[in-house]
Design a binder for this molecule. Structure first.
Ligand code: AHG
Ligand code: MN
Ligand code: MN
Length: 333
């Protein structure tokens, strides 16, 4: 038998995994439709006039690109009337998004980063979409922002699409990590890799070293020891990679291992980190842990953090388990 489509895969999972309800199945199909639409838009690029700035800022003071806004609209359009969600939240919306009047409320809440790696859009480098799905708290009619404040360990499902040479969808339903490739002729995501596993050891790290002067001592020590190579304390040479699209960097780590860091730094004391907990760090941390890796802030497990803000930022250190444990150990002294 040929490899299953996403819909065939979800149908089969409905029998083996109790978390896979018909509503979750439908929601994931709608998310996949949105990812296909974003993939098509990105593929057209300048031909569709979608590159460049939108002329607006998001709540985090970042300039929005046209594709940030377009991708946000595509995900909303695919999910708001699906009957599967009770509320949505995104990097590009200040507050939670309430469903249109008359739309049927579903059992789930979804947070998303519609377009991750915005700085790479205009230079034709891989970008992606990240999503995190939570249960709507039981017995509530209207959804509040606080309902979204659930620790990452409560996620029902997390995933991302990466728009690279191929468009991929990577998914966890809390039982391992599987990867689908978009067959552009069929218009279907086809299962191409099951049980993605991150090797516990690695010789590759990813960090934006232009921030080195702002790092704390434990990260500085860790990176210096890797840079010292074979004759240093680590006794081996390391390679460095930094795409500046978290989806692409995490996808490389899920594929062949590595350690990714956007650590705490002293660049801007009002920010705990650069990446956002609820729609970047949490979904990626669940995927990484499900693939046998680890994810911390340097001090605590990311999935244990009790959120207090929709757009709250956290330091992120994730990937190959032994490396994450080593640098976390340096923080904890
Ligand atoms: P976004 O485009 O959604 O704002 O996220 C960008 C993030 C992340 O994808 C990436 O790892 C990081 O920003 C890159 O930061 P630098 O530009 O500081 O390297
Ligand atoms: Mn992002
Ligand atoms: Mn984004």
């Amino acid at each position: 038998m040929s490899a299953p489509t996403l819909s065939q895969y979800l149908l089969a999972k409905q029998h083996s995994l109790p978390v896979v309800t018909p509503q979750l199945q439908e929601l994931l199909m709608q998310v996949s439709v949105a990812c296909k639409a974003i993939s098509v838009a990105i593929g057209k690029g300048a031909l569709a006039g979608i590159l460049g700035q939108a002329g607006s800022d998001n709540i985090q003071g970042e300039e929005q690109k046209k594709l940030d806004v377009l991708s946000n609209d595509i995900v909303l359009a695919a999910t708001e009337n699906s009957g599967c969600v009770a509320g949505l939240a995104s990097e590009e919306m200040d507050d939670i998004y309430h469903l249109p009047a008359g739309a049927k409320q579903g059992d789930y809440l979804m947070l998303f980063d519609p377009l991750d790696g915005s700085s790479n859009i205009d230079v034709n480098v891989s970008v992606g979409t990240i999503f995190s799905i939570l249960h709507k708290p039981e017995g509530k009619n209207s959804v509040t922002t606080e309902d979204f404040f659930q620790a990452g360990s409560k996620q029902v499902c997390a995933g991302y699409a990466v728009y690279g040479p191929s468009t991929l969808l990577v998914l966890t339903l809390g039982d391992g990590v599987d990867c689908f490739t978009l067959d552009r002729e069929l218009g279907e995501f086809i299962l191409t890799q099951t049980r993605m596993t991150i090797p516990v050891d690695t010789r590759e790290f990813a960090i934006n070293t232009s921030n080195m002067r702002f790092w704390e001592q434990p990260v500085r020590r860790y990176v210096e020891e890797m840079l010292a190579g074979q004759t240093g304390i680590r006794g081996k040479d390391f390679n460095m990679r930094w795409v500046a699209s978290m989806v692409a960097d995490v996808h490389r780590i899920l594929t062949r291992g590595g350690v990714f860091m956007y650590p705490f730094d002293l660049k801007d004391s009002s920010k705990a980190g650069k990446l956002r907990l609820m729609y970047e760090a949490n979904p990626m941390s669940l995927l990484v842990e499900q693939a046998g890796g680890a994810s911390t802030t340097g001090r605590v497990r990311i999935l244990d953090i009790q959120p207090t803000g929709l757009h709250q930022r956290v330091p992120v250190i994730l990937g190959s388990k032994n490396e994450v444990e080593l640098v976390t150990g340096y923080h904890l002294g």
